[in-house]
Design a binder for this molecule. Sequence first.
Ligand code: ADE
Length: 225
Amino acid sequence: MRIDIITVLPELLKSPFEASILKRAIEAGHVEVYFHNLRDYTTDNYKSVDDYQFGGGAGMVMMVEPIDKCISGLKAERDYDEVIYMTPDGETLNQSIANQLSLKGNIIILCGHYKGVDQRVRDHFVTKEISIGDYVLSGGELGAAVLCDAVIRLIPGVLGNETSALTDSFQDDMLAPPIYTRPRDYKGWKVPDVLFSGNFPEIEKWREEQAYQRTKERRPDLLDD
Ligand code: ADE
């Protein structure tokens, strides 16, 4: 998979890709991630990427031309499966969207800033708009980092234990059950006996029940369909 991220703040985005699972995924060749600074595609001396809104109103708007230059340049090199725009009015990110994107070949992620991008960018380039939740960030970069983390860990081969993404919360519209490790008894706080029974069908049944109870209490909306 290849991810091209277009941003005015590449420095805000880079660190998540320089540590942990994302770093290993890149080093192992499961994913290539490239950052494109929108200011490199500007045409004036000030390297302007934004301008005042037509019709008046507070806040600057990201101009179509630098974005066009950047996206068209990338598209001239290879085909892209999606051009994703990070925006609070997009579709809310969930595990199903992350699963679908993890199967793609090449994607572009465009990070918004200021009030957002000129509508013509959305009309002519963007194929998918994603929000990471109902709150407004100061730019799309942190949203893009969240999206990349959720997607990259699902690429086959990225997680050490191939099954571990399958038991994540949300993977079957269910939250994950409680988990424990050593010691068995800490200050009298005990690990449930069933986990030491050696009876794996019994343990699996307990986990499913716990997952169901937890989902019912915390996220009944997930059980709706
Ligand atoms: N840009 C600003 N707010 C955002 C959000 N909630 N999700 C994605 N991108 C954003």
